[in-house]
Design a protein around this ligand. Structure first.
Ligand code: N2P
Length: 352
Protein backbone atom coordinates (compact mmCIF):
# COMPACT_ATOMS: atom_id res chain seq x y z
CA UNK A 1 0.00 0.00 0.00
CA UNK A 2 2.85 2.34 0.99
CA UNK A 3 4.72 1.51 -2.20
CA UNK A 4 1.54 2.22 -4.18
CA UNK A 5 1.15 5.73 -2.75
CA UNK A 6 4.81 6.54 -3.47
CA UNK A 7 4.26 5.54 -7.12
CA UNK A 8 1.10 7.69 -7.30
CA UNK A 9 3.02 10.62 -5.80
CA UNK A 10 5.82 10.20 -8.37
CA UNK A 11 3.37 10.08 -11.27
CA UNK A 12 1.69 13.26 -9.97
CA UNK A 13 5.07 14.98 -9.73
CA UNK A 14 6.07 14.08 -13.28
CA UNK A 15 2.67 15.30 -14.56
CA UNK A 16 3.07 18.58 -12.70
CA UNK A 17 6.59 19.18 -13.96
CA UNK A 18 5.68 18.53 -17.59
CA UNK A 19 2.52 20.66 -17.35
CA UNK A 20 4.52 23.59 -15.99
CA UNK A 21 6.95 23.30 -18.90
CA UNK A 22 9.96 23.04 -16.61
CA UNK A 23 10.64 19.50 -17.68
CA UNK A 24 11.05 20.49 -21.31
CA UNK A 25 14.50 21.78 -22.10
CA UNK A 26 14.16 25.31 -23.39
CA UNK A 27 16.21 26.28 -26.44
CA UNK A 28 18.82 28.98 -25.81
CA UNK A 29 19.63 31.68 -28.30
CA UNK A 30 23.11 33.20 -28.01
CA UNK A 31 23.26 36.82 -29.11
CA UNK A 32 26.31 39.10 -29.28
CA UNK A 33 25.57 42.80 -29.79
CA UNK A 34 27.07 46.24 -29.12
CA UNK A 35 26.42 47.59 -25.63
CA UNK A 36 23.35 49.82 -25.08
CA UNK A 37 22.00 48.78 -28.44
CA UNK A 38 18.68 47.03 -27.77
CA UNK A 39 15.56 47.55 -25.71
CA UNK A 40 16.00 44.67 -23.26
CA UNK A 41 12.20 44.42 -22.77
CA UNK A 42 12.09 43.05 -26.31
CA UNK A 43 14.43 40.24 -25.29
CA UNK A 44 12.15 39.26 -22.41
CA UNK A 45 9.07 39.41 -24.64
CA UNK A 46 10.72 37.20 -27.25
CA UNK A 47 11.65 34.64 -24.57
CA UNK A 48 8.07 34.53 -23.42
CA UNK A 49 6.57 34.34 -26.88
CA UNK A 50 8.88 31.55 -28.08
CA UNK A 51 9.37 29.80 -24.72
CA UNK A 52 13.14 30.06 -24.96
CA UNK A 53 16.11 31.63 -23.19
CA UNK A 54 18.31 34.36 -24.59
CA UNK A 55 21.93 34.53 -23.49
CA UNK A 56 22.85 38.07 -24.38
CA UNK A 57 26.44 39.37 -24.35
CA UNK A 58 27.85 42.68 -25.49
CA UNK A 59 31.00 44.07 -27.11
CA UNK A 60 32.22 47.60 -27.60
CA UNK A 61 34.24 47.35 -30.78
CA UNK A 62 34.16 45.36 -34.00
CA UNK A 63 37.73 44.23 -33.34
CA UNK A 64 36.84 42.73 -29.96
CA UNK A 65 33.75 41.11 -31.43
CA UNK A 66 35.78 39.52 -34.22
CA UNK A 67 38.46 38.19 -31.89
CA UNK A 68 35.86 36.59 -29.65
CA UNK A 69 33.76 35.16 -32.48
CA UNK A 70 36.84 33.69 -34.20
CA UNK A 71 38.08 32.06 -31.03
CA UNK A 72 34.73 30.55 -30.07
CA UNK A 73 32.73 29.84 -33.19
CA UNK A 74 30.24 27.64 -31.37
CA UNK A 75 29.22 30.31 -28.92
CA UNK A 76 26.89 32.62 -30.81
CA UNK A 77 23.87 32.34 -33.07
CA UNK A 78 23.42 36.01 -34.00
CA UNK A 79 25.93 38.86 -33.97
CA UNK A 80 25.66 42.54 -34.92
CA UNK A 81 28.76 43.65 -36.88
CA UNK A 82 29.23 46.93 -38.73
CA UNK A 83 29.24 46.79 -42.52
CA UNK A 84 33.00 46.50 -43.03
CA UNK A 85 33.05 43.57 -40.58
CA UNK A 86 30.20 41.85 -42.41
CA UNK A 87 32.60 41.75 -45.38
CA UNK A 88 35.37 40.36 -43.19
CA UNK A 89 33.10 37.65 -41.75
CA UNK A 90 31.87 36.83 -45.25
CA UNK A 91 35.45 36.39 -46.43
CA UNK A 92 36.15 34.12 -43.48
CA UNK A 93 33.15 32.05 -44.61
CA UNK A 94 31.59 32.28 -41.17
CA UNK A 95 28.15 33.55 -42.17
CA UNK A 96 24.94 31.74 -42.99
CA UNK A 97 23.30 32.81 -46.23
CA UNK A 98 19.86 34.03 -45.21
CA UNK A 99 16.63 32.51 -46.48
CA UNK A 100 14.45 35.65 -46.72
CA UNK A 101 11.30 33.55 -47.17
CA UNK A 102 11.58 32.86 -43.45
CA UNK A 103 11.43 36.57 -42.66
CA UNK A 104 7.82 37.71 -43.04
CA UNK A 105 8.78 41.28 -42.09
CA UNK A 106 11.74 41.62 -44.47
CA UNK A 107 9.64 43.90 -46.70
CA UNK A 108 9.67 46.54 -43.92
CA UNK A 109 13.29 47.38 -44.73
CA UNK A 110 14.04 50.55 -46.66
CA UNK A 111 15.06 49.49 -50.17
CA UNK A 112 17.43 52.44 -50.65
CA UNK A 113 19.33 51.45 -47.48
CA UNK A 114 19.38 47.82 -48.61
CA UNK A 115 21.02 49.08 -51.78
CA UNK A 116 23.63 50.92 -49.71
CA UNK A 117 24.23 47.75 -47.71
CA UNK A 118 25.16 45.95 -50.93
CA UNK A 119 28.50 47.77 -50.78
CA UNK A 120 29.52 45.40 -47.96
CA UNK A 121 27.03 42.56 -48.58
CA UNK A 122 26.34 42.01 -52.30
CA UNK A 123 22.74 40.89 -52.95
CA UNK A 124 21.99 41.46 -49.26
CA UNK A 125 22.76 37.78 -48.94
CA UNK A 126 24.02 37.55 -45.37
CA UNK A 127 23.14 40.69 -43.41
CA UNK A 128 19.99 42.38 -42.16
CA UNK A 129 20.60 46.12 -41.64
CA UNK A 130 19.81 46.88 -37.99
CA UNK A 131 20.69 50.51 -37.24
CA UNK A 132 22.85 53.28 -38.61
CA UNK A 133 24.48 56.31 -37.09
CA UNK A 134 27.20 58.92 -37.04
CA UNK A 135 30.23 59.58 -34.88
CA UNK A 136 30.83 63.00 -33.36
CA UNK A 137 31.96 64.64 -30.14
CA UNK A 138 30.26 64.57 -26.77
CA UNK A 139 31.21 66.88 -23.92
CA UNK A 140 30.17 67.99 -20.47
CA UNK A 141 29.45 71.72 -20.49
CA UNK A 142 30.16 72.00 -16.77
CA UNK A 143 33.82 71.56 -17.66
CA UNK A 144 34.15 72.64 -21.29
CA UNK A 145 33.32 76.32 -21.87
CA UNK A 146 31.14 77.25 -24.82
CA UNK A 147 33.94 79.20 -26.58
CA UNK A 148 36.04 76.02 -26.78
CA UNK A 149 33.38 74.14 -28.73
CA UNK A 150 32.13 77.16 -30.70
CA UNK A 151 34.20 76.22 -33.78
CA UNK A 152 32.05 73.08 -34.03
CA UNK A 153 34.91 71.22 -35.73
CA UNK A 154 37.13 68.20 -35.07
CA UNK A 155 39.96 70.59 -34.14
CA UNK A 156 38.36 70.89 -30.67
CA UNK A 157 40.25 67.67 -29.92
CA UNK A 158 43.53 69.59 -30.30
CA UNK A 159 42.51 72.75 -28.44
CA UNK A 160 45.23 74.00 -26.08
CA UNK A 161 42.53 74.45 -23.41
CA UNK A 162 42.90 70.70 -22.76
CA UNK A 163 46.72 70.75 -22.50
CA UNK A 164 47.94 68.82 -19.50
CA UNK A 165 44.41 68.09 -18.27
CA UNK A 166 44.07 64.45 -19.42
CA UNK A 167 40.36 64.78 -20.07
CA UNK A 168 39.80 63.57 -23.63
CA UNK A 169 39.03 60.08 -24.90
CA UNK A 170 38.59 58.71 -28.41
CA UNK A 171 36.87 55.50 -29.49
CA UNK A 172 38.80 52.26 -29.37
CA UNK A 173 38.49 51.79 -33.10
CA UNK A 174 41.24 52.40 -35.65
CA UNK A 175 38.82 53.30 -38.44
CA UNK A 176 36.93 55.80 -36.27
CA UNK A 177 40.05 57.46 -34.82
CA UNK A 178 41.92 57.76 -38.11
CA UNK A 179 38.61 58.47 -39.87
CA UNK A 180 38.06 61.60 -37.75
CA UNK A 181 41.58 62.84 -38.57
CA UNK A 182 41.05 62.06 -42.27
CA UNK A 183 37.79 64.02 -42.39
CA UNK A 184 39.39 66.92 -40.53
CA UNK A 185 42.22 66.88 -43.11
CA UNK A 186 39.75 66.98 -45.99
CA UNK A 187 39.83 63.29 -46.99
CA UNK A 188 37.29 60.48 -46.98
CA UNK A 189 37.40 58.00 -44.07
CA UNK A 190 38.24 55.37 -46.70
CA UNK A 191 41.21 57.15 -48.25
CA UNK A 192 44.19 54.88 -47.71
CA UNK A 193 46.57 56.84 -49.96
CA UNK A 194 49.97 57.65 -48.36
CA UNK A 195 49.20 61.36 -48.65
CA UNK A 196 45.87 61.11 -46.79
CA UNK A 197 47.22 58.77 -44.13
CA UNK A 198 50.27 60.96 -43.50
CA UNK A 199 48.03 64.00 -43.02
CA UNK A 200 45.80 62.06 -40.63
CA UNK A 201 48.78 60.67 -38.72
CA UNK A 202 50.23 64.18 -38.26
CA UNK A 203 46.91 65.49 -36.93
CA UNK A 204 46.57 62.55 -34.57
CA UNK A 205 50.02 63.20 -33.10
CA UNK A 206 48.73 66.63 -32.06
CA UNK A 207 45.38 65.39 -30.73
CA UNK A 208 47.10 62.54 -28.92
CA UNK A 209 48.83 64.95 -26.52
CA UNK A 210 45.52 65.20 -24.66
CA UNK A 211 43.97 61.81 -25.25
CA UNK A 212 44.00 59.73 -22.09
CA UNK A 213 42.45 56.58 -23.46
CA UNK A 214 40.93 54.88 -26.45
CA UNK A 215 37.68 53.51 -25.17
CA UNK A 216 34.22 52.90 -26.59
CA UNK A 217 32.15 52.37 -23.49
CA UNK A 218 33.31 53.78 -20.16
CA UNK A 219 33.42 57.33 -21.51
CA UNK A 220 29.64 57.35 -21.13
CA UNK A 221 29.89 57.19 -17.32
CA UNK A 222 33.10 59.16 -17.12
CA UNK A 223 31.56 62.15 -18.87
CA UNK A 224 28.92 62.25 -16.15
CA UNK A 225 31.33 62.48 -13.24
CA UNK A 226 34.00 64.69 -14.82
CA UNK A 227 36.65 61.99 -15.24
CA UNK A 228 36.35 62.77 -18.95
CA UNK A 229 35.31 66.15 -20.35
CA UNK A 230 35.27 65.49 -24.08
CA UNK A 231 34.90 62.20 -25.96
CA UNK A 232 34.58 60.95 -29.49
CA UNK A 233 31.16 59.30 -29.32
CA UNK A 234 28.41 57.55 -31.28
CA UNK A 235 25.37 59.80 -31.71
CA UNK A 236 22.73 57.44 -30.25
CA UNK A 237 24.87 56.57 -27.22
CA UNK A 238 25.36 60.29 -26.61
CA UNK A 239 21.64 61.01 -26.91
CA UNK A 240 20.82 58.22 -24.45
CA UNK A 241 23.09 59.88 -21.88
CA UNK A 242 21.84 63.38 -22.66
CA UNK A 243 18.28 62.28 -21.92
CA UNK A 244 19.17 61.97 -18.25
CA UNK A 245 21.94 64.57 -17.83
CA UNK A 246 21.37 68.13 -18.98
CA UNK A 247 25.10 68.98 -18.75
CA UNK A 248 25.95 66.69 -21.65
CA UNK A 249 26.00 67.86 -25.25
CA UNK A 250 26.83 66.27 -28.58
CA UNK A 251 27.99 67.87 -31.80
CA UNK A 252 28.33 66.60 -35.33
CA UNK A 253 31.53 68.38 -36.42
CA UNK A 254 31.15 70.80 -39.31
CA UNK A 255 33.71 68.98 -41.53
CA UNK A 256 31.53 65.85 -41.57
CA UNK A 257 31.44 62.52 -39.73
CA UNK A 258 31.99 58.81 -40.15
CA UNK A 259 28.79 56.90 -40.84
CA UNK A 260 28.18 53.23 -40.22
CA UNK A 261 25.49 50.68 -40.59
CA UNK A 262 25.31 47.77 -38.16
CA UNK A 263 23.66 44.51 -39.10
CA UNK A 264 22.28 41.24 -37.81
CA UNK A 265 24.08 38.21 -39.19
CA UNK A 266 23.71 34.52 -38.41
CA UNK A 267 26.79 32.41 -37.91
CA UNK A 268 27.08 29.30 -40.05
CA UNK A 269 27.87 27.41 -36.87
CA UNK A 270 24.59 28.46 -35.20
CA UNK A 271 22.86 25.57 -33.46
CA UNK A 272 19.52 27.41 -33.44
CA UNK A 273 18.82 28.56 -36.96
CA UNK A 274 15.00 28.44 -36.78
CA UNK A 275 14.91 30.39 -33.53
CA UNK A 276 17.46 32.83 -34.98
CA UNK A 277 15.15 33.52 -37.94
CA UNK A 278 12.28 34.04 -35.52
CA UNK A 279 14.34 36.53 -33.54
CA UNK A 280 15.38 38.49 -36.64
CA UNK A 281 11.77 38.57 -37.81
CA UNK A 282 10.64 39.70 -34.35
CA UNK A 283 13.07 42.64 -34.54
CA UNK A 284 11.93 43.43 -38.07
CA UNK A 285 8.34 43.84 -36.92
CA UNK A 286 7.53 47.54 -37.42
CA UNK A 287 6.21 48.17 -33.90
CA UNK A 288 9.14 46.33 -32.27
CA UNK A 289 11.69 48.14 -34.44
CA UNK A 290 10.06 51.46 -33.53
CA UNK A 291 10.26 50.68 -29.80
CA UNK A 292 13.86 49.64 -30.25
CA UNK A 293 14.80 52.89 -31.99
CA UNK A 294 13.01 54.93 -29.34
CA UNK A 295 15.16 53.17 -26.78
CA UNK A 296 18.54 53.18 -28.54
CA UNK A 297 18.10 56.61 -30.19
CA UNK A 298 19.53 55.25 -33.45
CA UNK A 299 17.57 55.43 -36.69
CA UNK A 300 16.42 52.10 -38.02
CA UNK A 301 16.66 50.96 -41.66
CA UNK A 302 13.12 49.68 -41.08
CA UNK A 303 11.03 52.04 -43.19
CA UNK A 304 7.72 50.88 -41.74
CA UNK A 305 9.07 51.58 -38.23
CA UNK A 306 10.45 54.98 -39.20
CA UNK A 307 6.94 55.97 -40.27
CA UNK A 308 5.82 55.29 -36.69
CA UNK A 309 8.53 57.35 -35.00
CA UNK A 310 7.46 60.52 -33.16
CA UNK A 311 8.24 64.00 -34.43
CA UNK A 312 10.93 64.63 -31.79
CA UNK A 313 12.93 61.71 -33.14
CA UNK A 314 12.41 62.54 -36.82
CA UNK A 315 13.23 66.23 -36.37
CA UNK A 316 16.30 65.69 -34.21
CA UNK A 317 19.20 66.80 -36.42
CA UNK A 318 21.70 64.82 -34.33
CA UNK A 319 19.83 61.64 -35.31
CA UNK A 320 18.57 62.67 -38.71
CA UNK A 321 20.85 65.39 -40.12
CA UNK A 322 19.77 67.11 -43.31
CA UNK A 323 21.06 66.00 -46.71
CA UNK A 324 23.57 68.82 -46.89
CA UNK A 325 25.35 67.45 -43.79
CA UNK A 326 25.01 63.82 -44.87
CA UNK A 327 26.86 64.68 -48.06
CA UNK A 328 29.92 65.33 -45.89
CA UNK A 329 29.63 61.95 -44.16
CA UNK A 330 31.34 58.78 -45.33
CA UNK A 331 30.27 55.23 -44.69
CA UNK A 332 33.19 53.21 -43.25
CA UNK A 333 33.90 50.75 -46.08
CA UNK A 334 35.77 47.49 -46.07
CA UNK A 335 39.33 48.18 -47.25
CA UNK A 336 40.86 44.71 -47.32
CA UNK A 337 44.66 44.77 -47.08
CA UNK A 338 44.74 48.58 -46.98
CA UNK A 339 43.22 48.46 -43.49
CA UNK A 340 46.66 47.32 -42.25
CA UNK A 341 48.05 50.84 -42.72
CA UNK A 342 45.23 52.11 -40.50
CA UNK A 343 46.11 49.56 -37.82
CA UNK A 344 49.80 50.55 -37.95
CA UNK A 345 49.03 54.23 -37.43
CA UNK A 346 46.58 53.39 -34.66
CA UNK A 347 49.14 51.23 -32.87
CA UNK A 348 51.77 53.96 -33.23
CA UNK A 349 49.43 56.56 -31.70
CA UNK A 350 48.42 54.25 -28.86
CA UNK A 351 52.04 53.37 -28.02
CA UNK A 352 53.38 56.93 -27.94
C1 N2P B 1 26.03 51.25 -29.76
C2 N2P B 1 27.21 51.55 -30.55
C3 N2P B 1 26.93 51.86 -31.93
C4 N2P B 1 27.74 51.04 -32.81
N1 N2P B 1 26.31 51.38 -28.40
C5 N2P B 1 28.70 51.71 -33.67
N2 N2P B 1 28.88 50.96 -34.82
Amino acid sequence: MKKFSVIIALIALVALVSLSGCGKKQATLYIFNWSDYIDTDLLREFEKKYNCKIKYSTFDSNENMLTKVKSSTQSFDLIFPSGDHVSILRELDMLEELDKTKLTNYGNLDTSLLKKAESFDPNNAFAIPYAWGLTGLMYNKQFVPQEIVASNGWNILGDSFFDGKNKITMLDDAREVIGAALIYSGFSVNDASPEALKAAHDVLKIWDRNITQFDSDSYKNELQDGTTWLAQAYNGDALQQMATNKDLEFILPKEGAAMWMDNIVMLKSSQNKELSYQFIDFLLDAENAKRNSDYTMYPTPNEAAMRLMGEDFINNKLINPDDEYLEKCYMIDYLGEAARSFDQIYEDIKMN
